[in-house]
Ligand binder design. Structure first.
Ligand code: ATP
Ligand code: KDG
Length: 337
């Protein structure tokens, strides 16, 4: 069963030096359309879901290019407003080996961040929608976007629309202003039935340092604490990443419910091309799996498949089809011809 999703958040452009060069080492940038929620919308659309993106971009060639790109992937762009002054940008210098990837944001005063809370017509945007998807990035952008994100969660809740929320911690954004992430994020998660996040996201929400235990025990303790704190929460999906080298990670996925948990095996991802957006691909995969009637383990496996596949693709968005998921699960890596 395909669903009617709406993703809400900032659409950005990402600029990266080609290859593994440092920022400004070369006079060139590769440019991609980005934004965590837009990445989720894009992957869901590529899998055939009915998915809309709600956002605001400037009425210039950058904003129009972003809209065209999303439309080209099959995302419904009716609720992308135009207005304001500037497109949010960010710069990624891809790491390799023992050099970590670096992000520089250049997104202050973007069209999206400057939109007043009253700019969003939730009646129109949520008409016919059965799941709204938000992330912790919008509330990190400043006091007005934080109010807007809370209003979005409340609007979905008031209409009986399911809410999914991806923690997506962005310390560099929260450090720019004096917002209290715990208080703000709690007001959003209170309305969510599905959360993407690990023990660190949950520790932040609950005002704790962390949870006792190691590995899977710690994750279960965190999930149970979150279920106690947020009565509407039914499902928590997370990945665990071991970074052996920047371009060689091991990844596994798990889904916790009130009744128990499902845990995938770990996959080795060597020769990483680009890991940015892996978490968004995971979220899209879990949403796709659950919507297709998979149980927790099946949904976690689809999430892991898309997250792992994303590491093979330059740019932020995962662009895979069902056949790619099936091939990943079947495990064959020979040339497909
Ligand atoms: N300081 C922190 N406080 C709270 N949560 C955190 C913190 N650091 C990381 N997290 C959370 O840990 C989880 C994993 O973070 P990570 O940076 O590995 O992202 P990811 O989900 O693997 O993928 P992506 O790079 O695509 O976002 C995220 O849900 C993130 O919100
Ligand atoms: O980092 C952000 O705020 C973005 O939205 C840009 C990227 O697309 C995102 O980090 C990928 O998850």
């Amino acid at each position: 069963m395909m669903g009617r999703f709406l993703a809400f958040g900032e659409i950005m452009l990402r600029l990266s030096p080609p290859g593994r060069e440092l920022l400004m080492q070369t006079p060139r940038f590769d440019v991609w359309v980005a934004g965590a929620e837009a990445n989720v919308a894009t992957q869901l659309a590529r899998l055939g879901h009915d998915v809309g993106m709600a956002s605001r971009v400037p009425d210039n060639d950058l904003g129009r290019a972003a809209i065209d790109t999303l439309r080209g992937h099959g995302v419904d762009v009716r609720h992308i407003q135009t207005g304001g002054e500037r497109m949010g940008l960010y710069f990624v210098t891809s790491g390799a080996g023992l050099r970590a990837t670096e992000v520089v944001y250049d997104r202050a005063w973007s069209s999206f961040a400057e939109a007043p809370t009253a700019a969003w017509d939730w009646d129109a945007m949520l008409a016919g929608v059965d799941r709204l998807h938000l992330s912790g990035i919008t509330p990190a952008l400043g006091p007005v976007p934080a109010e807007t994100a809370i209003a979005a969660a409340e609007a979905a809740s008031a209409r009986g629309i399911a809410l999914s929320f991806d923690g997506n911690w962005r310390g560099k954004l929260w450090a720019r202003w004096d917002g209290d992430p715990r208080a703000i994020l709690r007001r959003i998660v209170a309305h969510a039935d599905l959360m993407f996040g690990n023990h660190r996201d949950i520790a932040l929400l609950l005002g704790r340092d962390d949870f006792a235990g190691a590995g899977e025990d710690r994750r279960r303790a965190a999930a149970e604490a979150a279920f106690d704190a947020f009565p509407r929460l039914r499902t928590i999906a997370s990945t665990a990443r071991h970074v052996d080298q920047v371009d060689s990670n091991r990844l596994s996925a798990r889904i916790d419910t009130r009744d128990g948990h499902a845990q995938t095996d770990e996959v080795l991802i060597a020769g990483i091309v680009d890991r940015i957006g892996g978490g968004d691909a995971f979220a899209a995969g879990v949403l796709h799996g659950l919507r297709s009637g998979q149980d927790s383990l099946g949904a976690a496996r689809i999430g892991l498949a898309l997250a792992a596949l994303k590491h093979s693709l330059p740019g932020d968005a995962a662009l895979f089809r069902q056949a790619d998921i099936d091939a990943f699960v079947a495990g064959g890596l020979d040339v497909r011809r």
